[in-house]
Design a binder for this molecule. Structure first.
Ligand SMILES: Nc1ncnc2c1ncn2[C@@H]1O[C@H](COP(=O)(O)OP(=O)(O)OP(=O)(O)O)[C@@H](O)[C@H]1O
Length: 578
């Protein structure tokens, strides 16, 4: 957890400086205006109380009855003000949340941030929770607590004047000195509240850190459950229930251990808050003794003083009452701040990429390193000419996938330059991405939109990779990742390549889930449909060598560049089924 600092609060600012700021300030102004009006009605209620109780205890029944309509009117007015204020607050909160979420999503889904957050050196746990929950909580709590604070200040000012007026000056002599304390009722209330606030911060302070950790552990539990949902089949095949139970026991143990700290600090804070609440009335009674002795305290005056004291005390103890909520908000702000810090952290850019306008791929002075700086492998200066087919091989863990990540701009550890037509290149990973809850057209056209290609094109590519049986389901919306087998997913990924028709295709064990026959089919389709494309494959299977003309054999000592003999390079077509 980052150290708590004032800078945590800066995540609140951007919306109030954005293009929406004038509308936001207008709404905030409206809410604050309504809050002033609401306090004003409370002052009227106070005055009404004094008139009513003085009339009541003077047995002036007619006066009491005549005061009732004005009470009803004030009640209706104050309710209307309150309802409208809540409505405006909800609208502002939602607008703020939407604005913030859009910004966060844009940051998250650009420059491969979503990838870096999972695989980079600097990581922020559970970004989903930060974007979906923390942002919403931040706007709700900031507005609630901020507006309550403003209302508390307004109330305090209004009723401090009343308390100051009614309280008058306390005069007494001490060691022969005449002491006069003007507005003593007000001063007594302020001092008692300040003292309690200091005690509270001293004993309840660690609640912020404990809340921060609690959110982190809760999010881990949720992410773990999502993991099980996503990998249910794998877990079931392994019979991994026990292992999963053990994992969740650990999450629960974290939650339970931290929860004890939360409870300890919460009860401390609550005890202090409650003690202050309960003893505040005694404080008023003690402070009113001089008035009682001077016979200047009427029932009506007591009622008004009590109401004003309660209002002033309530507003002064805003910090005390909202301490635990403030602690929650502070921990949410810390989580958002940490997210922003990690997102803004510069991406390692030792390896640079340039765009070419031809189908060539140029590799210059390339050294691939691990994040800790140790060298994985090196490559000589090399040009893969347009239309050539290259195979990357080497022992497991040598850096084959890392080379493709560097080509895709996802790996910056190392040095050197990679150049190719980045706009017309396509990367095919081992596990293709199959978005759920979409039509098959959308799955196939990903990452473009379905209207990018006509129906004929979809049908044709499905036939080519032998998924013709899905043609009738092009417009079905389904969780396709649950429907396709891993081999079908890989065939679908090749169908995507055929649709997109890239100039350069990078395949990272893209046919590993298929049997030899089907693997051969996909490579045959690729080479016959895209004869001009430059093909770079990471592949283990020897039967794929014949589809390539050159090999880059990676080893710890460097890369060996060698041709693949003519006799190996032959293609054949075969069949596959859905
Ligand atoms: N995010 C990362 N942080 C630290 N090390 C990493 C990271 N990603 C990969 N590595 C390391 O880099 C090395 C190369 O990994 P890579 O996936 O490129 O190997 P590979 O040659 O493709 O292996 P395989 O043939 O088994 O797929 C491995 O030792 C791996 O542990």
């Amino acid at each position: 957890m980052p150290p708590h600092s004032l800078s945590d609060w800066k995540v609140i600012l951007p919306y109030w400086l954005s293009e929406e700021k004038w509308r936001a300030f207008a709404m905030l102004g409206g809410i604050i205006g309504l809050s002033f009006l609401y306090v004003r009605t409370a002052v009227w209620f106070g005055k009404w109380n004094q008139s009513f109780f003085d009339a009541m205890f003077a047995f002036r029944a007619q006066d009491c009855l005549s005061l009732l309509p004005s009470y009803l009117l004030m009640a209706a007015l104050s309710s209307a003000i309150y309802v409208f204020q809540v409505y405006l607050t909800q609208v502002l909160s939602m607008r703020w949340r939407l604005w913030n979420t859009r910004i966060y999503l844009r940051q998250y889904l650009s420059n491969e941030t979503y990838y870096r957050l999972e695989h980079g050196q600097e990581q922020a746990d559970n970004p989903d929770q930060r974007i979906a929950d923390d942002l919403s909580q931040m706007t709700i709590w900031t507005l609630k607590l901020g507006l309550d604070a403003i209302q508390a200040v307004t109330t305090l000012i209004s009723f401090s004047i009343v308390l100051w007026d009614i309280g008058g000056t306390l005069s007494f002599s001490w060691h022969g000195h005449a002491i006069h304390i003007p507005g003593y009722l007000f001063l007594g209330t302020v001092l008692a509240t300040l003292f309690t606030s200091l005690v509270l911060e001293r004993f309840g302070g660690p609640l912020v850190g404990a809340n921060y950790r609690q959110q982190h552990y809760d999010a881990d539990l949720r992410a773990g459950l999502m993991d099980v949902r996503r990998n249910s089949e794998q877990i079931a095949f392994y019979g991994g229930e026990e292992a999963e139970n053990l994992r969740f026991s650990r999450y629960l143990a974290h939650i339970a251990t931290n929860w004890r700290s939360v409870v300890t600090y919460t009860w401390r804070a609550n005890f202090i808050t409650n003690f202050f609440h309960e003893t505040a009335s005694c404080l008023l009674w003690v402070m009113l003794i001089p008035k009682l002795l001077a016979h200047t305290l009427t029932v009506g005056l007591y009622s008004r003083t009590n109401a004003a004291f309660m209002q002033a005390r309530n507003s002064l103890q805003w910090f005390i009452d909202n301490y635990t909520d403030l602690a929650t908000l502070r921990s949410i702000l810390q989580r958002l701040n940490e997210f922003e810090r990690v997102v803004a952290h510069p991406f390692e850019k030792g390896i640079t990429r340039h765009t070419l306008s031809s189908g060539d791929v140029q590799i210059e002075n390339l050294i691939l390193k691990r994040p800790d700086g140790s060298v994985l492998t090196t490559l000589p200066n090399l040009t893969l000419h347009a239309g050539e087919r290259w195979m990357i091989s080497g022992p497991s863990g040598i850096g084959k996938s890392t080379l493709l990540r560097a080509l895709a701009g996802l790996w910056g550890y190392g040095s050197g330059t990679l150049s190719f037509d980045t706009k017309h290149a396509m990367f095919v990973p081992q596990r293709p991405y199959v978005p759920d809850g979409t039509s098959l057209r959308q799955v196939l056209s990903y990452p473009t939109t379905p209207d990018h290609y006509d129906t004929q094109a979809y049908e044709s590519v499905l036939k080519s990779v032998n998924l013709a049986c899905y043609i009738s389901r092009l417009d079905d919306v389904a969780d396709w990742s649950q429907i396709f087998s891993p081999g079908e997913e890989q065939r679908l990924a090749i169908a995507r390549v055929l649709l997109f028709r890239p100039r350069v295709v990078f395949l990272d064990e893209a046919t590993s889930a298929l049997d030899e026959e089907n693997e051969t089919l996909l490579y045959s389709v690729l080479t016959t449909h895209l004869p001009q494309a430059t093909l770079v494959s990471v592949a283990h299977h020897a039967n794929l060598r014949r589809f390539h003309q050159h090999e880059i054999l990676l080893s710890p000592k460097g890369a060996l560049i060698q041709p693949i003999s003519e006799t190996e390079a032959a293609s054949g077509s075969t069949t596959a089924s859905c």
